[in-house]
Ligand binder design. Sequence first.
Ligand code: ADP
Length: 499
Amino acid sequence: MENDLSMLSPAAAQFLAADHGMLIGGEFVAAESGDTFPVVDPTSGKEIAFVAKGEQRDVDAAVKAARKAFDSGPWPIMKPSSRARVLLKLADLLEQHATEIADIESVNSGRTVPNTRAFDVDLSVDYLRYMAGWATKIHGETYTPSVPYVPDTDFFSYTLREPVGVVGAITPWNVPLCQAIWKIAPVLATGCTMVLKPAEQTPLTVIRFSELLNEAGVPPGVVNIVTGMGHSAGAALVEHPDVNKISFTGSTEIGQIIAAKSGESLKHCTLELGGKSAMLVFPDADAEITIQGTAMAIFGNHGQNCCAGSRLYVHKDRFDEIVAGIVDFAKGIKLGPALSPDTEMGPLVSKVQQKRVLGYIDSGVEEGAELLVGGRKVTQSGCYVEPTVLGNVTDDMKVVQEEIFGPVLVVTPFDDLDDAVEKANMTKYGLGASIWTKDISTVHRLVPRLQAGTVWVNTHNVLDLAVPFGGVKSSGIGRELGEEAIRHHTDLKTVTMAL
Ligand code: ADP
């Protein structure tokens, strides 16, 4: 089950054949060490490209360029409407290169072309346009202070919303370009500058996108891209004294390290971390909508979503019926190469991830879980894992408590609403939860009791660019998307004057 690379658009094939430097100060450069690392196609397990292996020295150069572009460049002081035009141009350019970029993303991440086209390209185009709108709408407020201890003077105060400065952004591999654009678009809208380090598994579309920045009119040094490993390039970015804010999306484990390091120098920090989102199905739920919706919540994007619905709790009266429906759905999913038009689910992103997911399934079975469907790796070459459902699980099992980040669902019956709430809230995570019912009072009674940044009703994983997204508990700090993203990239300056 390998990709037929002759299906790639000529532009994508040409890009893959080229050498890939990093964007620092408007120039594409090799790592100072001259080192590179391979990028692998998870469908075949073969190397498809080599990219620069940036380390501390390269991060230093990139932060210096971003600092200069912020402190003395035109970008932060440019008219908001000019910044908006640049964002709109960037969106147009990305749209023009949609086929090529979706192809590159599919080969690199193992996800089908319709998937990469919808989420890495089309949604990214929309977010650049959405954030272009915000560039001209950032504003402070006015106040009429009383200042009771200076009774004879009138005062006037106002706030300015100013860019936070140099942003260090670190992104994961699950929806690679989309995750990067979620970082880049608010940086550009607010007049910040940045250094972005994409995940080492999937740097290619970010590199290709960075080739469009110059043509769109983004001044040199405003967006810098350093490719490299997390423990070296990523850590150097987090520890750099000239970075004002870290925006991180990735695992809770690394998020905790980043939060601690950011705390040492009091950097702003937004963290979008792991999840173990619960789906609660009530007795009156619509069978068809619920089976299709909950199955896609865990099997969509191969379960490689931080908000994937990875725990299913069904009222005991409907448990057998709903679980049987999901098992049938899982059996019907067609696995295959990312580039094949028949494929519904491609491989996981890497051998490491495949091993990790299979290890979780084995641990569940060893602890007494029942394999209702799936559980195997399918072929020897690609990083495939079958859609998997585990029944007969207990609350203390690793498969129930820990984020697997793969197509693995655990299912358990519940007795009543209180039992459902207790089960939903019992992991350390708090990213998403979904409620499946036609009863509006069940919804309203549940929403305040669920520990989650997002609660969906009769749907799951639906994100909109205007709607804030993020987690509570160990799922993160801060929010992305919508106006919240503008707030998180700006500081308030207060001005008070005696009249
Ligand atoms: P995953 O386990 O899914 O790969 P990670 O949290 O390890 O998730 O990785 C997400 C991003 O964080 C990647 O870009 C990775 O290179 C980066 N990263 C990993 N470790 C560190 C670290 N110690 N400091 C900064 N960034 C890191």
